[in-house]
Design a protein around this ligand. Structure first.
Ligand SMILES: O=c1ccn([C@@H]2O[C@H](COP(=O)(O)OP(=O)(O)O[C@H]3O[C@H](CO)[C@@H](O)[C@H](O)[C@H]3O)[C@@H](O)[C@H]2O)c(=O)[nH]1
Length: 478
């Protein structure tokens, strides 16, 4: 199934197939990347599993600026409710590859232009083997910070130095890790430490397989800003207390091109492809609130629910804070709310299932953002210069939180969701008079003129590399 309009053009345009991991925080930046390819004369096609395709088709009215979306069968029943990480992994490993392969071969034989390249989200590393089988060049895509990428590439070294076990468990609680030019992280921040012992083990296996497959890639497009590591030592822990992971950066392959943050693409105003219908009524409500008064709360799209008990605690906290709020809470998470809660707070706040997040963050009535520290949300908050109250839940969010709190100092980590925890954090961020200036600094560093021109240059360098490979390929077939 195909949707979205291709750019009207008679010339043959080489195609680029973009394969995101099927989650909102991955498809959004992939679309922006696709738009960058459009501006270089390519025809980008984003390939998603059917369950995602159906959601985007039902909830997004926007034209995609010349990027096409194409679906492939996934063998999943997305109607039944949220799919978990392992169900999606099973589909990616066992069902989707043959369909991507036949789509790729079909498109490559198309008279309108051959497939020049696949851009593959490293969390969808299954597609690397498909590209290899079809003899089409492939670039990796890393949707988050380079710091997290380095942490993942350091897995073999961490096992070797006995910092973690073969199954990914930290050997000692509270061990501090030091990667060159990065803030000190603790072994508790490792991205695969989610859920039960068995799930942690399975997630580490997912990452080691990803690493093995990605060594074959010549390029990696990174959804982070150039020079991420320039002042990376915000923590004051004595270096000697840290366990060093000395061999990083360990690999020369792939060549890394920082082309982000793709959430703030200067190329276009094309909207994100929403998986859920946005409740825009909160924008009108915001217009009636005082400047800087509203707290926005969202835990992104791809977190295990924080659980009924925590939802109840946060609900009561928000009510007691007596400040206006907008809380993104999917219907499936609402059973944790106290009885009659929605009616009780209907004057104070708005509960929405899915929000126009960027527009909310851009609004002057919003003063604070309680966030799970997903990478796109973090960059959107910086774009809108909003102070952050951090409550990381899973994956890379702990690393992002370290940067927000310790390196850039534009937010505070909350120790819990109870009234005292949240009140303390609110006090700390609002009383910090220098935070405004630091937000401006990190905005300039990530999205200012110099950063933007480096991003444009990096993307051009990548395209030059791709064209060189294409010329070699063409020469060989002559
Ligand atoms: O009501 C909402 C809530 C979110 N968003 C958008 O959805 C995206 C969410 O992205 P992100 O903040 O990165 O969160 P997740 O969707 O949870 O992203 C997953 O993918 C990211 C990129 O790899 C990781 O950093 C996160 O930890 C992981 O959970 C952002 O663009 C938001 O603007 C909306 O439009 N409306």
């Amino acid at each position: 199934m195909v949707m979205g309009m291709g750019v009207e053009c008679n010339m043959k345009r080489p195609k680029v197939l973009l394969v995101p991991y099927p989650a909102q925080g991955h498809v959004n930046p992939m679309l922006k990347l696709g738009l960058a390819f459009v501006s270089h004369g390519f025809e980008p096609i984003i390939v998603t599993p059917e369950f995602i395709h159906r959601r985007i088709a039902a909830n997004t009215d926007a034209d995609n600026g010349g990027v096409r979306f194409v679906s492939i069968p996934d063998g999943l029943d997305g109607e039944k409710g949220p799919l978990d990480f392992f169900a999606i992994e099973k589909s990616m490993e066992n069902v989707m590859p043959i369909y991507l392969e036949s789509l790729l071969r079909e498109l490559d034989e198309d008279d309108d232009g051959k497939v020049a390249c696949l851009v593959i989200d490293l969390l969808a590393s299954w597609a690397i083997q498909v590209a290899e089988r079809c003899g089409v060049p492939a670039a990796g895509f890393w949707p988050a910070m380079q710091a997290t990428y380095r942490l993942i590439t350091a897995i073999p070294e961490m096992i070797h130095s006995d910092l973690i076990s073969e199954t990914g468990c930290p050997r000692h609680q509270g061990t501090v890790l030091s990667l060159p030019s990065q803030p000190l992280l603790s072994t508790e921040d490792l991205p695969w430490l989610i859920g039960t012992q068995a799930s942690r083990k399975a997630r580490l296996k997912f990452w080691t397989r990803t690493l093995e497959r990605s060594t074959a890639l010549p390029w990696l497009l990174l959804n982070s800003f150039p020079r991420e590591f320039i002042d990376g030592d915000g923590d004051s822990v004595d270096e000697h207390e840290a366990d060093h992971i000395s061999t990083t950066p360990p690999r020369t392959n792939p060549i890394i091109f920082p082309v982000g943050p793709l959430s703030k693409s200067s190329l276009t105003t094309t909207k994100n492809p929403s998986f859920w219908r946005e409740d825009t009524s909160c924008l009108d409500w915001l217009n009636h609130q005082k400047s800087n008064s509203v707290i926005y709360i969202s835990f992104g799209s791809w977190v295990s629910p924080i659980g009924d008990a925590k939802i109840k605690t946060l609900a009561l906290t928000l009510e007691s804070l007596n400040r206006p709020f907008i809380w993104v809470l999917a219907d499936s998470w609402r059973q944790g709310l106290p009885d009659g809660y929605s009616e009780r707070v209907s004057k104070q706040g708005k509960l929405v299932s899915w929000a126009p997040q960027l527009q909310i963050l851009q609004h002057e009535a919003v003063g604070l953002y309680i966030t799970h520290c997903g990478w796109n949300s973090t960059m959107e908050a910086i774009q809108c210069r909003k102070r952050l109250l951090c409550y990381p839940v899973a994956g890379d969010q702990f690393v992002n939180c370290k940067y927000i709190v310790k390196v850039w100092k534009i937010g505070v980590k909350m120790n819990g969701l109870g009234l005292k925890d949240v009140e303390e954090a609110v006090k700390k961020v609002t009383e910090d008079e220098e935070m405004e200036g630091r937000l401006m600094n990190i905005y300039q560093r990530t999205m200012g003129e110099e950063a933007s021109s480096r991003v444009v240059g990096n993307f051009k360098d990548f395209i030059c590399g791709l064209n060189r490979v294409q010329r070699c390929k063409d020469d060989k077939t002559l």
